[in-house]
Design a protein around this ligand. Structure first.
Ligand code: FAD
Length: 113
């Protein structure tokens, strides 16, 4: 199977996706390839998972100290499964927003050569 593209972007992280999206908006046909799952460091291991953890930690901290404000909520229990589910939902939402409405001509998890 042969394909021709104006541009092949290697790496579907924040940078690669922005490059592919911009080229696509300018009218180019674009292939976006990655050797791993689409999303890169920010979506899969950096910004999104870390911010999910921080938000959960902040909330648990507030609940733990709520008695200072007269609210007795008991000790919070953080469920890692729910935490993971939330992060997966965020990743799914990002992929849907990033790739479906302004989809590059092709997206692949094949390694670039
Ligand atoms: C804990 C943490 C929190 C962070 N929080 C923030 C934040 O809040 N805000 C912020 O702006 N930044 C944040 N960052 C930084 C942010 O994650 C990076 O700046 C960003 O991901 C860089 O994007 P990139 O596209 O350059 O690289 P990457 O996201 O690393 O993407 C590169 C992609 O290229 C692919 N690739 C590499 N070589 C090949 C090959 N030969 N063939 C095919 N594919 C290949 C990789 O698989 C990868 O998917 C955070 C980072 C960490 C670690």
């Amino acid at each position: 199977m042969n394909h021709q593209f104006d541009l092949i972007v290697v790496g579907a992280g924040s940078g690669g996706y922005a490059a592919a999206r911009t080229a696509r908006e300018l009218g180019a046909s674009v292939a976006l390839v990655d050797r791993g799952p689409l999303g890169g460091l920010c979506i899969l291991r950096g910004c999104m998972p870390s911010k999910t953890l921080i938000a959960t930690g902040d909330l648990a901290h507030e609940i733990r100290n709520a008695a200072e404000l007269g609210v007795h909520a008991g000790a919070p229990a953080v469920d890692p499964d729910t935490e993971y589910l939330l992060w997966q939902t965020l990743v799914g939402a990002w992929l849907a927003r990033a790739l479906v409405p302004r989809r590059p001509s092709a997206a692949s998890e094949d390694p670039g050569r």
